[in-house]
Design a protein around this ligand. Structure first.
Ligand SMILES: NC(=O)c1ccc[n+]([C@@H]2O[C@H](COP(=O)([O-])OP(=O)(O)OC[C@H]3O[C@@H](n4cnc5c(N)ncnc54)[C@H](OP(=O)(O)O)[C@@H]3O)[C@@H](O)[C@H]2O)c1
Length: 264
């Protein structure tokens, strides 16, 4: 009997970690469905992901757009005589602002939080039994960092809470779907190289990780059905210390940044 091809939907696949995840899932035998806002980038990426790869253009903040995009994709497959078998849904989209304007907070909430809500809703409806959902949050949601990280960090902390609730929602529980939340530190992508980020002490002082390495760890943890994905034990330990001893963590972080800046 011929095995049914597994599909993986990656929202935010037009660059950075999402693009790496789409490429990795393709190499692992999935048919990737890439989604994002940039038609040209999606088309270029899809050409490199095998003949069964597809894409649709959608803004993650608009549920109707991503829902319609996936429905169209499923209809096309059916017409081509192929079965739908969505095993993986990843939200790799996101925005970062390092200021405290209301517009920035709203933008972070819109893309990071509402985008995750829309991803989870989509997964509830379309993902197959024993499937996997991956959501990229951020280490900033667990660590208190200086320098106007508040809007971004708050939106990502809300992402974590939303995923905790989705994990035990009836819709995903009955299908035995896992929800993995990833907590990367700084990753060498467009986001970490924005003019705002480049001037920021945290981005100057802490190491920048390779998006390929980060994508690999996220995919491994997601397919293993893990609840959380940390790049290393050190990252996990840092998050633990920040939770159990927040004052010590904040003091040590500030000292570390000051020392590093002074010795640069
Ligand atoms: N880079 C880091 O240091 C770092 C650290 C921790 C966590 N993260 C998180 O990792 C995830 C991926 O970020 P990245 O580093 O790969 O950054 P990136 O290269 O800037 O990629 C962000 C992706 O999100 C997409 N996106 C933004 N707004 C969207 C919208 N409204 N609808 C659909 N797609 C949208 C972008 O597509 P467009 O081309 O349409 O803008 C892009 O593909 C984000 O959630 C980010 O918060 C990043």
């Amino acid at each position: 009997m011929k095995a049914i091809a597994k599909q993986a939907l990656i929202i935010g696949a037009t660059g950075g970690i999402g693009k790496e995840i789409a490429e990795l899932l393709y190499r692992m035998g999935f048919d990737p469905i890439s989604a994002g806002r940039d038609h040209k980038k999606l088309m270029t990426l899809t050409r490199t992901l095998g003949s069964n790869a597809t894409y649709f253009v959608a803004d993650i903040t608009n549920y109707d757009q991503i829902h319609h995009g996936l429905l169209m994709h499923r209809d096309r497959r059916r017409k081509d005589g192929l079965e739908n078998n969505l095993q993986v849904v990843v939200n790799a989209s996101g925005v970062l602002h390092l200021n405290d304007t209301l517009e920035s907070l709203k933008h972070c909430i819109d893309v990071n939080l509402i985008g995750t809500r829309n991803t989870l809703k989509l997964a509830e409806e379309f993902i197959e039994d024993n499937g996997h959902v991956g959501v990229i949050s951020s280490a900033a949601s667990l660590l208190t960092l200086p320098g106007k990280f508040g809007s971004y960090a708050a939106s990502k902390a809300a992402v974590n809470t939303l995923c905790n609730h989705a994990r035990i929602s009836r819709a995903l529980l009955v299908k035995n779907v896992s929800v993995t939340v990833a907590y990367p530190q700084i990753v060498e992508t467009v986001m970490a190289n924005s003019s705002e980020a480049k001037q920021h002490d945290v981005f100057k002082v802490f190491p920048h990780y390779d998006p390929k390495v980060v994508a690999k760890k996220i995919v491994e943890d997601m397919l293993a059905g893990k609840r959380s994905s940390f790049l290393s034990r050190r990252d996990q330990l840092l998050a633990f210390v920040a939770r159990v001893a927040p004052v010590t963590f904040e003091r040590l972080t500030l000292k570390h940044i000051e020392r590093k800046i002074r010795t640069r």
